[in-house]
Design a protein around this ligand. Structure first.
Ligand SMILES: [Zn+2]
Length: 361
């Protein structure tokens, strides 16, 4: 069996003896340098030295001429030395080595590379000791280690599995405390709502409003006649509301006094993906202060569901209302995507997430 080695590029090359390499006219990096050539790609084979380091061989058909600035360095001391393997390497400054992508073993280790090839150049320290440089291109990328313990290999979120599990357990405990807390709200005063719109933009209008309370009572469920938009072909396919259907419905302006009354009587206003709904319903209020007061009452059921699955159900990757109902094992009342069915669904998901949200529960 021949030994093979996988390169960083994914290419697999095989081990050869020096005799085989010579027979095939393979060239070492050392010979290439002397000929003012450089490899045009990955090595084609390798030889292992006694000490375990590697000599790479390059295919003579796949080399290019080295740029002239690499041929000759008038100020560089080249003082070639011969390694035990017979390879000749030149002396160069740390700075020059870096321009070739050559670094010390220690520096490469800091960059998360492990050296397997023999040195490609050297320099002499002030204390006369030798410092060897290795080629970053042929070094092996090491698995990154955990940012917390620094010991184990990364698993998720830059942490090793143990540190990740530990961090998740802390988060899960915080989340459970948040969800299982007693909030003491009255079911009459917690409302759920859902809007259907002519489209997703600011100029789009509300064409349906559903509001229920946490007792499951329907407080408002009406179509709304838009005043600026005459048709909404694209969203019609989703919610099924046609221009004909809203012909005789009240306008938002007509409904506003009643909506304000309802909102004034509530402590919380919850929707699944509340930001879209809020960004349209807030316009029933004139002042910024009133809009902020409404915002303070809003809660997002989707955000809470996402937090829950992150902490408890990493297998669940989608977080639509339909996914939330499935995950929590709740059956639908009515057809998903109609605003009244979605509102009731949202209330049930909230009940499942927050079992002690209401007084005496
Ligand atoms: Zn760790």
């Amino acid at each position: 069996m021949r030994n093979t080695m996988k390169l960083r590029s994914g290419a697999v090359i095989r081990e050869v003896t020096r005799k085989e390499a010579d027979a095939k006219n393979y060239l070492t990096r050392n010979v290439l340098t002397q000929m003012h050539l450089m490899p045009a790609g990955d090595p084609c084979a390798y030889e292992q030295n006694e000490d375990g380091s590697i000599i790479y061989y390059f295919d003579p058909a796949r080399v290019v001429e080295a740029p002239p600035e690499l041929w000759y360095y008038p100020t560089a001391k080249t003082d070639p030395i011969t390694l035990e393997s017979g390879t000749v390497i030149e002396r160069m400054s740390i700075k020059r080595a870096a321009t070739y992508g050559y670094y010390t073993k220690e520096r490469l280790f800091q960059m998360h590379y492990e050296v397997i090839e023999e040195p490609v150049a050297y320099t002499i320290r002030n204390d006369k000791s030798y410092m060897y440089f290795y080629d970053k291109k042929t070094a092996v990328r090491m698995p990154l280690s955990c940012v917390k313990c620094g010991k184990d290999v990364r698993y998720k979120r830059k942490l090793c599995q143990a540190c990740y599990e530990e961090e998740m357990a802390v988060r899960r405990a915080e989340g459970d405390e948040h969800r299982n807390a007693s909030y003491g709200y009255s079911r009459e005063r917690v409302l759920f709502f859902d809007l259907e719109l002519t489209g997703v933009y600011d100029h789009d209008e509300i064409i349906s409003i559903s509001i229920t309370n946490a007792l499951g009572e329907v407080i408002m469920d009406t179509l709304v006649k838009p005043v600026r938009n005459k048709k909404w072909k694209r969203t019609e396919k989703i919610h099924g509301i046609t221009p004909e259907m809203v012909q005789d419905s009240p306008t938002l302006e007509e409904l506003t006094p009643r909506i304000k009354e309802i909102f004034a009587e509530c402590d919380n206003l919850i929707a699944y993906g509340v930001s879209t709904d809020y960004s349209h319903i807030k316009y029933i209020y004139e002042t910024q202060a009133e809009r902020e007061a409404l915002h303070d009452k809003t809660r997002c059921c989707a955000n809470e569901f996402v937090r829950y699955i992150h902490e408890h159900r990493p297998d669940v990757v989608h977080a639509s209302l339909v996914d939330a109902m499935d995950t929590m094992g709740i059956a639908w009342d009515g057809i998903p995507h109609t605003s009244i069915a979605d509102t009731i669904a949202c209330q049930k998901v909230w009940d499942a997430l927050f079992p002690h949200y209401y007084q005496g529960e």
